[in-house]
Design a protein around this ligand. Structure first.
Ligand SMILES: Nc1ncnc2c1ncn2[C@@H]1O[C@H](COP(=O)(O)OP(=O)(O)O)[C@@H](O)[C@H]1O
Ligand SMILES: [Mg+2]
Length: 305
């Protein structure tokens, strides 16, 4: 659905914001682009949407070239921009009706009604936009991106600074759109967001795409597991024998932790536990858990820097 080949963007200042990015996104897929501020996420999305002119490379959307067939690709795309931009004096109803018209589509009050209802804006449809709260304005921006029934939706940091209710509505909406076959690319620096809704995850930093991978594969490949042994009493210092075994002490002194590769050869949990008790420590509880995407992400971006 989206094919990005060797895309580069150098701003007039000489700054290279995108460095040779290649990426393809399948129909109906949800791709999350994770990256710190200034990574180039907005520049990448803006290039695909025709708002920023790339300096090299090419992009197709639905098989159409974003420069040669700009009108076609733009009509396939819905964009929810990072910055809030709304018209003050119009009403949501007029705003959405007009937006649809901009794409040359016939009037369709049912679609406008559905979009307004989906985003809980129905009772505000005739209010002036300037009287809406920040969260409602953001809902309206989403409505505006959806009212021409796009096949591809770009959400640029959709949940930055929004309340919990809107975040959950957004996740629900993304899920529903995916079920309708809409392809979704979202940028975020909230890792739990990518973890919660994406099928694939791309990590971008310093204008480079560090990796793109299926979420499950990424977590399985890079993730580690840990065995956490909760202790009966607080421990001041880790006994030498346990240190030699590869344990470390949790900051609060209330547990000792052993990290191991998820795919590593079998580990001897019984033996590890025995080492803890032989060191004279009382065991209160044990847990194993997998390292989160957050830990993986921080490692990646640090390694690239
Ligand atoms: N119009 C511009 N002129 C020069 N530099 C820009 C311009 N727009 C963005 N940049 C720079 O490009 C880099 C990437 O920006 P951006 O794509 O907005 O990152 P992100 O969305 O990941 O936070 C940043 O260092 C930013 O300062
Ligand atoms: Mg941005």
């Amino acid at each position: 659905m989206i094919e990005i080949s060797n895309l580069g963007k150098q701003y007039a200042s000489g700054f290279v914001a995108l460095d040779n990015i290649s990426l393809s996104v399948k129909k109906g897929e949800i791709l999350a682009l994770l990256g710190p501020n200034g990574a180039g996420k907005t520049t990448l999305i803006s290039s695909v949407c025709g708002i920023v002119n790339p300096t090299s490379g090419s992009v197709t959307v639905g098989g159409f070239d974003i420069i040669k067939d700009y009108r076609k690709t733009r009509s396939l795309i819905g964009l929810v921009p990072q910055e809030l931009t709304t018209d003050a004096f119009e009403t949501p109803w007029d705003n959405l009706t007009f937006s649809r018209g901009l794409f040359g589509l016939p009037k369709n009050p049912q679609v406008v009604e559905k979009v307004l209802k989906d985003l809980s804006l129905w009772d505000k449809k005739d209010d002036r936009i300037m009287t809406l709260s920040g969260g409602m304005k953001r809902r309206l921006l989403i409505a505006k991106a959806l009212v021409h029934e796009p096949q591809v939706l770009f959400l640029d940091e959709p949940t930055a600074g929004v309340d919990v209710a809107l975040r959950q509505d957004m996740w629900r909406m993304v899920d529903e759109l995916r079920n309708q076959g809409v392809t979704i690319v979202l940028t975020t620096h909230y890792i739990e967001e990518a973890e919660a809704i994406a099928d694939r995850i791309g990590v971008i930093s310093g204008g480079k795409l560090l990796l793109v991978e299926d979420k499950g594969t990424l977590m399985a490949r890079m993730g580690q597991k840990q065995l956490k042994v909760e202790l009966m009493d607080t421990l001041e210092a880790l006994p030498k024998v346990l240190e030699k075994q590869g344990f470390c002490l949790a900051d609060d002194g209330l547990s000792v932790v052993y990290h191991y590769d998820k795919d590593a050869e079998e580990i001897d949990i019984g033996g590890l536990l025995q080492a803890v008790t032989s060191a004279g420590l009382g065991v209160k509880d044990i847990h194993t858990q997998q390292s989160s995407l957050e830990e993986i992400f921080v490692d990646l971006v640090e390694d690239a820097a």
